[in-house]
Design a protein around this ligand. Structure first.
Ligand SMILES: Cc1ncc(COP(=O)(O)O)c(C=O)c1O
Length: 384
């Protein structure tokens, strides 16, 4: 009889549920050791934490692979590290990458400034023109990169047509789904070959760790592991332990992030201080129907356009108390940031406006506080 597959909440707590031996610690021990005793004369692989084979690193990777429905996974020192190694694993000098235009600023910088140094050319495609994916394929194209949900407009990109193009031309489809977490969306179920996540965000969830992960086939993860060892990108065992601890409440936290995101978005949509609210759970969102079909939850990220523009946004930021003005996202505490000064700083105001991110746009990451308290704080900050 095949063993029953545990649900995502159980997996996030236990990995593979197993009976603990007598006197075993219920919480996993931290193996805060760079190296391990080697049996004399053994030809087996040595245990060394830069190799990613420390027990904390291994257990964490297994758990994440199960949540993504992947054959294997590996954690590295940051989300950027995960994106960089995933691309180095599938691209060679002279290759061509097709990337969504709607991506995190750091990722775009990595592509423009670093991949280009390896002679890798990049074509950017706006996902609202899906015919361009196929049209952009060249002889040298090896991979397609997509981020969904996107930052900060929370657009939900349809992966199915993109994965058809990837299959037709034998390309790898890499998807950064950091904003969803594997509780809300699993890219591999929608035709992606590789899932990338900044574990700094929802996986860890407590704003106290920088980490990243990739999940995919065993062969792909083996190649990323090889690169991770050589480029020195392994996650520290203590950071791995902290991410594992965070993941034990991932499913529960996502329920609250989802509920709070929806409550705040609905409130904001009815408030005259906001000219537009971007949340895929709202019928007014351009991808609402698609989001309903593919997401298991709409998440805690809400885009807010202040009717009074950047001055009104700054006034709000100066007056909030519970809501904290800080970059990053997906922690237990509600954070707010201005894309014009953070993720989209490199663009001109006109270029941002063209992307749908006018100055006066705030990105809210709803935490797991009581929704009424988040709303009351924003309401008070907007008041006279
Ligand atoms: C969608 C997305 N991917 C990747 C990253 C990079 O993650 P990290 O800061 O852990 O390197 C970020 C960071 O904000 C992000 O928003």
């Amino acid at each position: 009889m095949r063993p029953r597959r545990a649900g995502p909440s159980t997996t996030a707590v236990h990995g593979v549920p197993h009976r603990r031996p007598d006197w075993a610690p219920v919480a996993p021990a931290i193996q805060q050791s760079s190296t391990f005793v080697s049996p004399v004369g053994s030809g087996e692989e040595i245990l060394y934490s830069r190799y990613g084979n420390n027990p904390n690193q291994v257990a964490l990777a297994r758990k994440y692979a199960l949540l993504e429905g992947a054959e294997d996974a590996i954690f590295v020192a940051s989300g950027m590290g995960a994106t960089a190694l995933a691309h180095l694993a599938v691209l060679r000098p002279g290759d061509h990458l097709i990337s969504s235009r709607w991506i995190y600023g750091g990722t775009q910088q990595l592509f423009d400034e670093e991949l280009s140094r390896f002679g890798i050319e990049i074509t950017y495609v706006a996902p609202d023109q899906p015919r361009l994916w196929r049209r952009s394929v060249r002889k040298a194209t090896r991979a397609i990169f997509v981020e969904t949900p996107t930052n900060p407009l929370m657009r939900i990109v349809d992966l199915v047509p993109i994965s058809h193009t990837a299959r037709e031309f034998g390309l790898a489809l890499l998807v950064d789904a950091t904003f969803a977490s594997p509780i809300n969306f699993r890219p591999l179920e929608h035709g992606a070959d590789v899932a990338i996540t900044s574990a700094t965000k929802y996986l860890n969830g407590h704003s106290d760790v920088i980490a990243g992960a990739v999940a995919g086939s065993a062969a792909f993860v083996e190649e990323v592991t090889r690169l991770m060892r050589l480029w020195g990108q392994a996650i520290d065992p203590h950071a791995a332990w902290l991410v594992d601890r965070g993941m034990r409440t991932l499913a529960l936290r996502m329920q609250r992030h989802n509920a709070n995101g929806m409550a705040v978005a609905q409130w904001a949509e009815g408030h005259k201080a906001f000219s537009r609210v971007h949340y895929p759970g709202l019928p007014s969102h351009p991808d609402h129907a698609h989001a309903q079909a593919v997401l298991d939850g709409y998440g805690g990220m809400v885009g807010l356009e202040l009717a009074g523009g950047p001055r009104a946004a700054e006034r709000l930021l100066q007056r909030v108390k519970l809501v904290t003005h800080a970059p990053s996202l997906a922690g237990v505490e509600t954070l707010v940031s201005e894309p014009r000064l953070t993720s989209h700083k490199r663009l001109t105001a006109e270029a941002r406006a063209e992307l749908g991110i006018p100055d006066g746009f705030l990105r809210l990451s709803c935490g797991i506080e009581d929704a009424e308290d988040i709303i009351a704080d924003l309401e008070e900050a907007l008041g006279r």
